[in-house]
Design a protein around this ligand. Sequence first.
Ligand code: MLT
Length: 259
Amino acid sequence: MPREVNVHLLPRHFEPEALRGGIAVVIDLLRATTTIVTALANGARCVLPCGDIETAKRVAADLPVGSVLLGGERRGVRIEGFDLDNSPAAYSAERVTGKTIVFTTTNGTAALMRSREADRVLVGSLVNRRAVAWAVAADDRPVHLVCAGTDGRVTAEDVAAAGAIVTELEAFLRGDVLIDDTALIAAKFWAAESSTTESLLSVLRHSRGGSNLVELGFDRDIEFAAHVDSYDLVGEFFPRTGEVRAVRSNPVPLPYGRT
Ligand code: MLT
């Protein structure tokens, strides 16, 4: 049976219960999901996504002093009283190893929350594109790639990342996929815009999320997010505990000679 692959351009494009029985991959390329994956790759114990600032502060206050960092953004910059902003580079091993990161962002954490009805919720970005595609390929449930968007509007950077994952997944499954039209559009967009690093960076910089970051002086975060496959790691959100934890993806056999 071909694998069903759907791309949702915005979280409000689906009802939460429509994801039941499926595997969701939440994408907020610039920057929430890139930052979560980076924090986990650099040794954070887990990330606790929170819907709002007050909840994040309360959750952090209940954890042992010294074990927790508050991270995230509003309007793209660090929240007053928080330890870290939403720059993936800020989540270095020196800073985050062994820590619990209580995390709230404008769009990314909301997209994760809305996807919680899925059987599994994975955290996707370009930095872990292949690892996510592996994890999804090894699972036989329908796939829902959820683009977080920016302030309720579709963003090109999330669509490009969704297209990258669809393309990798199609390759792993040797084309045995049933993709919806949005997945087809995303894959075509990725193919058209990612032929060189320069063209990928250009589309990311001109996207809705990217142009906000350029304006705020975070161009280096766009470059960071464009490093395809830097981490062999998948973040999985466990709604019951509220934690996002690192899970290694088990490579599926690659009979068609890819490495
Ligand atoms: C978000 O979740 O809205 C974004 O990650 C925004 C940002 O990077 O500043």
